[in-house]
Design a protein around this ligand. Structure first.
Ligand SMILES: C[S@@+](CC[C@H](N)C(=O)[O-])C[C@H]1O[C@@H](n2cnc3c(N)ncnc32)[C@H](O)[C@@H]1O
Length: 306
């Protein structure tokens, strides 16, 4: 998508793209967070070139260095002005001397993969519940394992919003529940619900690529679920979980609340700390949201229907 393409969907965020040598990634990442980037992800700037290097250990090969020679650091901002201002503030810094600003580009609402292309190692949700890429052996302590590979759709378990939803599910007894994962991305939350004994799992997303990824990932994990576009969601559920973002969550408030059955739970993520009050107000006509968890400036908000 280009900034001046009149047919492109409206930009939801603006992404600042930087090329950064390995030794500078941490400092640049910290500076971007201090400049209030919504998310910072790191990918191999040399991908698909002869300089490309594996980041994760392949069986039988020595463990690689913990980063790429050059990384592409991608930072999302709400506005183009914020992204350009962050670039302008970084450029004169001593630690930025051998880094390069590649540009600023708009990112559409549905371009969720952009948010997920950070490093992906086995990730613990609880000491015995792990998300493990398919090429890794599960850690010995893992009793419940979700197998996922990055890149198909949002949701590798590395983002705080996903982790908080998974932690909530790990702390509740889901046996026999009817579960709706609204905005399923990779299907990670729906798959977790299936592995934790949910009786019926429905996963929906506006992005057909996410629906396809969810079907693929569910099959790879031996989980039975129904995945489709949002109209697939029908009736009341014991758990409605939605990890989207504050703006769509506010628009979806009546619809999501209508899907929470008697005694059912609503679990919402994708909310920045400063947005908690707006969300509480948007849901107040139907359900009383409470903050249930926080991580890295993000909040998990939940409610239960009587
Ligand atoms: C942040 S990802 C979450 C993926 C996964 N559930 C997780 O927790 O990691 C949000 C997903 O919501 C989808 N989405 C955004 N707006 C939506 C809407 N209005 N209705 C349904 N899905 C939506 C996006 O396509 C994306 O796959």
């Amino acid at each position: 998508m280009s900034a001046d393409d009149p047919t492109a969907p409206p930009a939801r965020w603006f992404e600042l793209m930087l090329r950064v040598p390995e030794a500078r990634v941490e400092a640049v990442g910290e500076a971007l967070e201090a400049l209030e980037a919504l998310s910072v992800s790191v990918e191999d700037a040399d991908a698909d070139t002869p300089a490309e290097r594996a980041l994760f250990g392949e069986p039988g090969l020595p463990a690689p260095a913990p980063g790429w020679q050059h990384s592409r650091v991608l930072a999302l901002f709400d506005t183009e002005a914020q992204a350009r201002e962050a670039a302008a503030l970084l450029m004169p810094q001593a630690f930025f001397a051998d880094c390069e600003v590649v540009g600023v580009r708009p990112v559409a609402d549905t371009d969720w993969v952009r948010l997920t292309q950070s490093q992906f190692d086995p990730a613990p949700i609880t000491p015995d519940f792990w998300i493990v890429p398919s090429w890794h052996e599960p850690p010995a302590a893992a009793r419940t394992v979700i197998r996922l590979d990055p890149g198909l759709a949002f949701g590798t378990g590395t983002h705080p919003t996903t982790r908080m939803c998974l932690r909530w599910m790990a702390a509740h007894e889901l046996s026999g529940w009817r579960v709706l994962d609204y905005g399923c991305g990779s299907g990670i939350l729906a798959i977790a619900a299936g592995l934790r004994g949910a009786g019926e799992v429905v996963a929906v997303d506006i992005d057909p690529a996410a629906v396809e990824a969810t079907q693929h990932n569910a099959a790879a994990n031996g989980v039975t679920l129904s995945a489709g576009l949002p109209e697939l969601a029908q009736g009341g559920y014991d758990l409605v979980v939605a990890n989207i973002l504050a703006t769509p969550l506010k628009v979806l408030a009546p619809l999501l609340c209508a899907h929470v059955g008697a005694g059912g739970h609503l679990v919402l993520a994708g909310i920045l700390e400063r947005q908690a009050e707006e969300l509480r107000a948007a849901y107040a006509p139907w359900l009383a949201l409470q903050v249930a968890d926080t991580e890295d400036g993000w909040m998990l908000m939940t409610a239960r229907r009587d």
